[in-house]
Design a protein around this ligand. Structure first.
Ligand code: BEZ
Ligand code: FE
Length: 309
């Protein structure tokens, strides 16, 4: 009789019983960080459900939406990363882990289109590997520590969308690795490369994230930018984007990724320039100094691996 009562007292009978029962079931978690994260996630998830009291049909819709994120993820598109981005989760994680307080360049989202394994380039190379529309861009800069001392041999992994608004892996008209390349700084920390002026582009809207944006009457646009991963021994790896767009486009970034400190000074040249003879007009130049803080280098796992087979 006594045993019967004990078992019965552990069974769920009201809403209030569920959260403690789940927390108790997870109490044996060995890894303390996993335990902290899952306990907090459970408490917040349950509080959210109790606040919004979804219907069963709404719950089914939510589960289908999450499953669709997986179904729309393949070697060329990562819908899970995109969902984290449009919900602002990626920017919160970015700001928690990269506050820029040491004087280093501010970071920005990796995004879902980093492939890794881009071709090695020499300074001055053009990353437009196939015919790419748009004005030419001459990008030059330096990589330094927060003290301004040059970092020789720093690696810059660069990628951008073409001015038609697509990354090469999304676009059969672009060659493999078009607008992607890896550069290294010279002895004085300098680097330069040629490309085309980036344009703003819409994030993919043919999956569940697009459905959500439409339901929320949100536009899908990102302001124009170029992605950089800047790494060097003894320094924390910087994942960032250098932006070039109007204040409205920067403020309206669908993934909340634009920050003032990483808006580049893209100068439009409408007259011939002696340093850039025979370049069709208009063309653009941009100069930017990346500042790295001391730390352990690390490298992100690419969210995608390549083009559709
Ligand atoms: C990107 O900049 O490549 C990007 C970032 C977040 C979502 C979609 C695209
Ligand atoms: Fe991008």
């Amino acid at each position: 009789m006594q045993q019967h009562l004990t078992i019965e007292s552990k069974l769920i009978s009201t809403l209030d019983d569920v959260t403690p029962a789940v927390l108790s079931a997870m109490a044996g978690t060995q890894d303390p960080r996993l335990r902290t994260i899952m306990e907090s996630a459970t408490r917040h998830l349950h509080a959210f459900i109790l606040e919004t009291r979804p219907t069963e049909a709404e719950f089914e819709t939510a589960l289908q939406w999450i499953a669709a994120l997986g179904h729309h993820t393949d070697e060329t598109n990562n819908e899970v990363v995109l969902a984290a981005d449009v919900l602002g989760a990626s920017t919160l994680i970015d700001l928690i882990n990269n506050d820029g307080m040491q004087g280093e360049t501010m970071s920005a989202l990796l995004g879902p289109f980093y492939r890794g394994k881009a071709p090695d380039c020499s300074c001055g190379d053009c990353i437009a590997r196939s015919k790419t529309p748009g004005p030419k861009l001459f990008f030059k800069g330096r990589v330094t520590g927060v003290d301004g001392a040059p970092i020789a041999g720093a690696q810059l992994d660069v990628w951008q969308a073409s001015p038609v608004g697509l990354y090469e892996n999304q676009d059969p008209d672009q060659d493999d690795f078009n607008l992607r390349g890896v550069f290294r700084t010279d002895a004085d920390g300098s680097f330069h490369f040629t490309s085309v002026k980036p344009a703003g582009y819409p994030v993919p809207t043919d999956g569940p994230v697009g459905d959500l944006l439409r339901a929320q009457r949100r536009h899908p646009m990102r302001p124009a930018h170029i992605h950089f991963i800047v790494s060097a021994p003894g320094h924390k790896t910087l994942i960032t984007q250098i932006f070039s767009d109007t204040p409205e486009a920067l403020a309206g970034d669908v993934v909340f990724g634009a920050k003032q400190q990483i808006v580049g000074d893209f100068v439009e040249h409408r007259e011939p320039h002696p340093d850039y003879p025979d370049v069709p007009l208009p063309f653009f130049t941009c100069e930017y100094q990346f500042r790295l803080t001391p730390g352990e280098p690390s490298y992100p796992v690419p969210p995608i691996s390549g083009t559709k087979s």
